[in-house]
Design a protein around this ligand. Sequence first.
Ligand code: ADP
Ligand code: MG
Length: 642
Amino acid sequence: MSSIIQLLPDHVANQIAAGEVVQRPASVVKELLENAVDAKATDIKLIIKDAGKSLVQVIDNGVGMTVTDARLCFERHATSKIRQAEDLFSLATKGFRGEALASIAAIAHMEMKTKQEQDELGTHIIIEGSKFVSQEVAVLPKGTSFAVKNLFFNIPARRNFLKSDTVEFRHVMDEFQRVALAHPNIHFSFYHNGSELYNLPAAGYRQRIVGIMSGKTNEKLVPVNEDTEIINVQGFVCKPEFAKKNRGEQFFFVNDRFIKSGYLHHAVMAAYDGLLKDGSQPSYFLYLQVPPNTIDINIHPTKTEIKFDDEQALYAILRASIKHSLGQFNVAPVLDFDRDSNLDTPYHYKDVEAEVPTIQVDGTFNPFTDDKTNQHYAKAGSGSSSGYSSGSSSSSNSSSSYSGYSKRVEPTVSWESLYVGLDVENAESIESSPFTFENEEVTSSLFNDDEVEQATQKTYQIHKKYIVSPIKSGMIIVDQQRAHQRILYEQFLLNMTVNQASSQKLLFPLDLFYSSTEMKLIEELKPSLETTGFIFEEAKTDHIVISGIPVNITESEVSLVIEQLLSDLQDGIPASSYSQNDTIAKSMAKSLAVKTGSYLTEKEQDNLVNGLFACKDPNISPFQKPTFITMRVEDIDKKFAL
Ligand code: ADP
Ligand code: MG
């Protein structure tokens, strides 16, 4: 076979935008993989060491090179792929600049072995910093192998500029995934530091996507197919319910090349209009084929951006075809994000009655006989003009703030003690007798402590937000959401620090999938999460298997709880285990607490108020907001006196 490489004429070379080819190991990976694809390989192996810093090797079974080409391929502007400027407008190959190998050879130790099918022997070349060290004939299999070692060995500044192995590896992984996704018909394998990360047999788009992402991806995919004169669209979008918080898995391929396009992304998002939770991102894998002369892929040095002739038409077609697919696969109607999930998952006390905190009632204790607490649950004539007494520190008398109160009361006092002395029948008779309201003396005598009757008090829920209940001094208004947060928060903290939290074993373990960054967080939090009652069967690279969960949460709440936790921990995991526990307890309390807008039965209201006053700090939510306020009778009186 004759040699196929020619030097580009200068004027052609100048038409090609200049750009730095090699920024990092991932750039080498991209160039070598693309060359192998261009060489029509059906089997491509990527081997890297130390995130590619010490070795990037690509072995292919493609067409190989003649002896002459083997030598020539390291020259700048040496390419077999275009001959004249016009060729730029009908490109079917990845490379065309003839710059990659020359650039890489200039800044690394490079070894190449190549042989064409019909040749008996192949060529083995070693080149270091653009200098040919050796060239030999060798017995080789068909195809080409490039090994790039010690990247930037002669440019220490660039070498030092490289990021950590984790970061560089991530970039390599991105490039590998993009090329492998673009070419499912090629067998790809990928090894890092001796271990196999991927082995992807030749397949169709769906299998390749699943092979790259994870096994669970399959059920999330909805196929997209559209064929028009100006564009052919194939591929998959994700069902809306699997949309994620980050933009990790979004891929456009145009003529088998990965590209980024904010404009086309917008078209996809428009197709999902109304189907996504605020800010969530659907995964997509879209393969567009357009006539090569209608695009310009030469506008960006790294060639991931592209210019289309008729962008608006492509936008409309893409949006319509995805909308159609989402509709056809009937994914739209099942979604209703406005639905109140609390209606589906009843306030959990209902289901786990046994979990209601135990209330230690000190029968002999009466907060209303205590002079200090009297300033709060003020008796008639205390002189305070404030109609509301809240738990906030802005309380008019700081020495009698609620937090002080709650600390003095040991063991914790049940909220019933607030009612101690309140005679229900007499209270009703008050209503029928306006006169008694005029007379504070009379009012006081009605609350005679000697006539203690433990009455079960009626609670009322108003506006699905507050629980109102009469107490001795007037009435109490509890914020249901904040109160429940406080209860759950203390339960979780107690379980994590003192008790051995019990777990409910799941009949079928839960399989939850996360990104590698999220998996890292989960891995770090595992010990703390286990103290809340979670049992982790295994943690793989991309998913966890949970076989037990805390008793006070339901199975359907698990993924919500973990999602919330991950988002609460976005700024990092607190260093001390104390604040780690605190953060987890707060986060779980936040996601599990009954929300404003949820209807509570009388029993639930009762449990909530009881639970709140069994807390150590009943007056504030874990997020430092007042959980309840009280209104004294005389303050109500004053309002009527106006
Ligand atoms: P480009 O890909 O832009 O043509 P490169 O510097 O990447 O430029 O490669 C130069 C030439 O070397 C290619 O045009 C091709 O002819 C040859 N070549 C590179 N890699 C391979 C390979 N794996 N198999 C066969 N030929 C290759
Ligand atoms: Mg190339």
